[in-house]
Ligand binder design. Structure first.
Ligand SMILES: NC(=O)c1ccc[n+]([C@@H]2O[C@H](COP(=O)([O-])OP(=O)(O)OC[C@H]3O[C@@H](n4cnc5c(N)ncnc54)[C@H](O)[C@@H]3O)[C@@H](O)[C@H]2O)c1
Length: 438
């Protein structure tokens, strides 16, 4: 594909020549690298050595023939041979499911042992890249100790996103490239393998790189299940499912976009909970099981429980809460998760005060005033009239609503210990929940 001499070329050993390894090996060779594929399956090794694809994948056979003929691609069943002059080793072996759903890492651990032994004998630096799908922590906790090498063998995570059936096309026109690791030089070297593709790689921590593969696959599966559930309900209501989902996809601001995809506080308000309940009620009425749609409110509730638990765990006598309405720039308190948070804290006997820039008892009127005075008068009594008052009183500030720029400046300047439940101040999330921090 590319013989531009401006790019660095590497000598790459690709270990495991299944769907991922074989495509990766052939494509990297086509970008001008020297690639030696390794597999314990002699049939696959023979096929590639003879310039054939070991399985059907559009475009793969041509690629293998062209690159074996050019002398850039070879295959062997002997790992030490493949590593002799390799600068990078890409591990692409299978990580199948065990019966309980856990990952079976046997193939991966065996390769890690073999790599450790081979590098010990060979000496020198080798970048080991895990391309197989593995759960976060695997590279650091399981692969690095087995490979060993005392810093001479940096481990990098570079998950694969190709889809069978369009794998070669996906390699050359990737939707996402992720490279994670702690050794910056190695991360750059691995990222540079993809430089000829002209797509900026995402450089992340090693655990984020491992996690992102699961997040992507779960998201893709979620999208399919969502479309099928909405489709089934539409069809049962006599509505064209395709027209519904095609129209939904025409909204690129809120629907097909990054909107609502930042981890933070649970949703609430006068629309989402009510409309989900109505959808679930209607589906049940039609004897239609929609487990995904039905699980959304319980999921939101569980997230609120986690938020409440993290507040209850604070070692503080005086807890200030920023935000009472269900989101910023509104005084709507209907189904606000912050109200539930406050009620729980009060119920547990915590000493608490709250500030919301848009809720001042003297200024609000209508349904909100009635709601505060009749349904939550105990919370109304805890409302501060200024942020300064809450900051001056509290030991910890719990952020339950995205603050305005002005409020953010005041919160930061106060130096108060802060538990951010909104994902707005990402540094505070890591502080307050150390088990979540990278
Ligand atoms: N198939 C996909 O579409 C896809 C896409 C993205 C990521 N992944 C992930 O990539 C990884 C590989 O998937 P795959 O579908 O290519 O697997 P696969 O089962 O098709 O291939 C694995 C290969 O590794 C070889 N192997 C096993 N142990 C070995 C050893 N010790 N030495 C040399 N070779 C060895 C096997 O013989 C086999 O050819 C998995 O973690 C998978 O989850 C797969």
């Amino acid at each position: 594909m590319d013989s531009d001499s401006t790019y660095n070329r590497e000598v790459v050993a690709v270990i495991g020549l299944g769907y991922v390894g074989c495509v990766t090996a052939a494509c990297l060779a086509d970008l001008g690298n020297t690639v030696i594929g390794v597999d314990r399956d002699e049939g696959k090794v023979r096929a590639i050595s003879e310039g054939r694809a070991p399985f059907f994948e559009p475009g793969l056979e041509d690629l293998i023939r062209r690159n074996t003929t050019a002398g850039r691609l070879g295959a062997t069943s002997n790992l030490p041979d493949a590593l002799e002059s390799a600068t990078i080793a890409l591990i692409c072996v299978g990580t199948p499911s065990e019966r309980n759903g856990n990952l079976d890492l046997q193939q991966l651990l065996r390769v890690a042992h073999e790599l450790g032994d081979a590098v010990k004998r060979r000496g020198g630096k080798l970048i080991v890249v895990v391309r197989s799908t593995v759960f976060p922590g695997t590279c650091e906790e399981m692969i690095a100790p087995v490979v060993g090498g005392a810093g001479q063998i940096p481990i990098v995570s570079n998950p694969e996103f190709l889809r069978e059936g369009s794998a070669v096309k996906d390699f050359f026109d990737p939707s996402l490239i992720v490279v994670g690791g702690t050794d910056a030089q190695s991360v750059q070297r691995v990222a540079a393998l993809y430089a000829p593709l002209g797509i900026a790689p995402n450089l992340t921590s090693i655990r984020t790189a491992e996690m992102i593969k699961y997040a992507c696959n779960a998201y893709h599966a979620l999208k399919i299940a969502f479309a099928n559930e909405i489709g089934a309900l539409s069809a049962d209501c006599g509505i064209d499912p395709i027209e519904v989902m095609d129209t939904l996809c025409n909204d690129h601001r809120l629907n097909i976009s990054s909107a609502y995809l930042r981890p933070g506080f649970p949703f609430g308000g006068s629309c989402l909970p009510k409309d989900l309940r109505a959808l679930v009620y209607r589906a049940r009425h039609l004897d239609l099981q929609l487990p995904l749609v039905e699980s959304v409110l319980p999921s939101n509730h569980e997230h609120l429980n986690r938020a409440i638990t993290s507040v209850l765990e604070l070692a503080a006598d005086r807890i200030g809460v920023f935000g009472l309405a269900f989101k910023e720039n509104t005084d709507d308190l209907r189904e606000s998760p912050a109200v539930v948070l406050l009620e729980t804290l009060i119920g547990k006997g915590r000493n608490v005060r709250v500030y919301d820039p848009h809720i001042r008892l003297k200024e609000i009127y209508g349904s909100n005033e009635r709601f505060i005075r009749s349904a939550i008068p105990h919370i109304g009594r805890l409302l501060d009239i200024s942020l300064e008052a809450t900051l001056g009183w509290a030991e910890w500030l719990v952020i339950a609503q995205k603050p305005s720029a002005e409020c953010e400046v005041k919160i930061r300047a106060s130096g108060i210990r802060t538990l951010d439940l909104t994902g707005h101040f990402s540094e505070f999330i890591a502080q307050a929940r150390p088990h979540v921090a990278a």
